[in-house]
Design a protein. Structure first.
Length: 201
């Protein structure tokens, strides 16, 4: 189910210095047909592309799940997931439909065989890169709401950034029905703000 967009009318958001767009894991394996495809994951691509477009000339970072073969999150190793996003594989590539500007930064996560990471901050240099960019507001979209998006938002708040989650640019796995909605509620409780891609001015 699509996440509920707040009933309140949306105010346009004027982008300013300190804004960074973080696109989480829009990779083949998390899209329909992929090893761990989010059922309606494709619907995030249009909004993500719109956000990228609106961020023209401002910093955009893409994260990717980037596992070695035999990663601890795979079922054969006792993990919860089928093999997915093996570094260098087709499934680990970003969606072909994503309009990625040249020079866009990429953050690879969960690259160690014995460690999984849902948050894009976990075990990566994302925090350092954001500080180097003087980031303040962090606009976040991507997959999946109830795993990597929510955990990235939790760590973004802990690191002192102000997350703004683009509700039309996220989709949930919903292993348990309602996981996505609960993740949105958790982000709201943490103080994350919500917007849609068309709010970005
Ligand atoms: Zn993974």
């Amino acid at each position: 189910m699509a996440p509920m967009v707040e009933a309140a009318p949306h105010e346009p958001i004027a982008l300013r210095p300190g804004d960074v767009l973080l696109v989480v894991d829009v990779q083949h394996d998390f899209l329909p047909g992929g090893a761990l495809g989010v059922v309606d994951g494709n619907r995030v691509i249009g909004p993500v592309n719109r956000a990228i477009e609106r961020f023209a000339g401002r910093p955009v970072l893409l994260t990717r799940d980037w596992h070695p073969p035999g990663h601890c999150s795979f079922r054969a190793q006792g993990g919860p997931w089928p093999p997915h996003c093996v570094a260098g594989s087709r499934g680990a590539e970003f969606s072909d439909e994503l309009r990625i500007p040249p020079g866009t930064g990429v953050v690879s996560k969960a690259t160690q065989v014995d460690r999984d990471a849902y948050s894009a901050f976990a075990g990566t240099d994302l925090g350092l890169r954001l500080r180097a960019l003087n980031a303040k507001r962090l606009f976040i979209a991507g997959l999946a709401t109830d795993y990597c998006v929510v955990n990235t938002v939790v760590d973004a708040v802990a690191a002192g950034f102000e997350p703004v989650v683009l509700l039309d640019g996220i989709a949930a796995v919903d292993v348990q029905p309602g996981d996505g909605e609960r993740a949105i509620e958790r982000m709201r409780e943490l103080g994350a703000r919500f917007a849609v891609s068309t709010d970005l001015a």
